[in-house]
Design a protein around this ligand. Structure first.
Ligand SMILES: [Zn+2]
Length: 339
């Protein structure tokens, strides 16, 4: 079979076309301290500066050997864009959302009319442009964003879960708003060169809110993003945290091309639950990738490969202190795997 560029290989793998071997990628965040030290671009600056962000994303390829470049490294840029208070990150820790800006439908109205060039949303798009100019012919350029459900939670705060159960009109209005933003932002990433879209929607889980609410509050909104991306021939990967086993069919009904599952999910069961979505995962980022050695990574990778995973990858964001050698062991296992 023909040799593909990493870009062609991933695109084919995500859209169900035959490939010569498994692509070696991480659909979740890739930044680590060892890569920062190797490329001289560190968190938290690499979260706020396009050149530094691109440099650290590039290290995923040049230092670790991932066959893609991916930005950003956290999921707070979107909430920050809407004015939520952010606790700054450190060299080892990603920033987090600590203040919220929406309590009512009127508050949502006030957020409309935004300009996507502004803030870290603009920085991410600029980093994508830098990476595309350098690697766009060869490597997949992954754009990642928080999904609309978790963004609604960031914007609304801890009341969000209660809101969807008790105030449907408000809940759906906020989902419409966040989704419209997600679609516009994703399109802008694609304009700048992103060819693969990753939606990280950690708390959009049927396990947390039940199938009925998932079907109403999540699926139609994910579908809007997927439809917009498919019009641009961009495959979409969805990552949700926790045990998503029971929700996989609903997740797939949004039309996503691939579903990234975490270490709580049994891969063979997951593969059996979906129709054609590519199952991505699911080495434990803490207990395996960070805290074990390359031999254990190879063993664990083999189990996941034997279970029929579509793409061998971390089960969630890579922990910043993860040794490069461990990530390289996973990369090597993926590269050596023929379907
Ligand atoms: Zn996760």
């Amino acid at each position: 079979m023909a040799e593909y560029t990493p870009k062609e290989r991933l695109s084919r793998a995500l859209t169900g076309q035959p490939v010569d071997r498994m692509p070696a990628v991480s659909v979740t965040q890739t930044g680590t301290v060892e890569q920062m030290e190797a490329c001289g671009s560190f968190w938290p600056e690499a979260n706020n500066d396009a050149e530094k962000m691109a440099a650290l994303a590039e290290a995923g390829y040049t230092v670790v050997g991932f066959e893609a470049v991916r930005v950003p490294f956290d999921i707070t840029a979107e909430a920050e864009f809407f004015g939520c208070q952010i606790k700054a990150g450190t060299k080892e820790q990603q920033p987090s959302v600590v203040g919220h800006v929406v309590k009512t439908v009127e508050d949502i109205e006030k957020l409309k009319g935004y300009d996507l060039d502004h803030g870290r949303i603009g920085v991410v798009c600029e980093a994508i442009k830098i990476l595309t100019d350098k690697y766009g012919d060869e490597l997949p350029i992954m754009g990642s964003m928080i999904g609309p459900f978790s963004l609604a939670q960031h914007i609304n705060g801890d009341d969000w879960f209660m809101a969807i159960f008790t105030d449907e009109a408000f809940g759906l209005t906020l989902m419409e708003f966040t989704t419209e933003f997600n679609v516009a932002y994703a399109k802008k990433m694609v304009e700048n060169g992103a060819d693969t879209m990753v939606i990280i929607d950690p708390t959009a889980s049927a396990q947390l809110i039940g199938a009925e609410f998932y079907d109403k509050f999540v699926v139609p909104y994910h579908r809007k993003i997927v439809d917009a991306m498919h019009k641009l021939n961009v495959p979409v990967v969805l990552h949700v945290c926790g045990d998503t086993t029971q929700g996989l069919m609903l997740m797939e009904s949004s039309g996503v091309d691939a579903i990234s599952v975490d270490q709580n999910v049994d891969i063979a069961t997951a593969v059996g639950k979906v129709d054609k979505a590519v199952i991505v995962g699911n080495l434990d980022p803490v207990n395996v990738l960070w805290n074990k050695d390359p031999d254990t990574i190879r063993e664990q990778s083999q189990k996941v490969l034997d279970a029929g995973v579509g793409l061998l990858a971390p089960g969630c964001g890579i922990v910043s202190k993860t040794p490069t050698a461990n990530l390289q062991a996973m990369v090597e296992m993926a590269k050596n795997h023929k379907y």
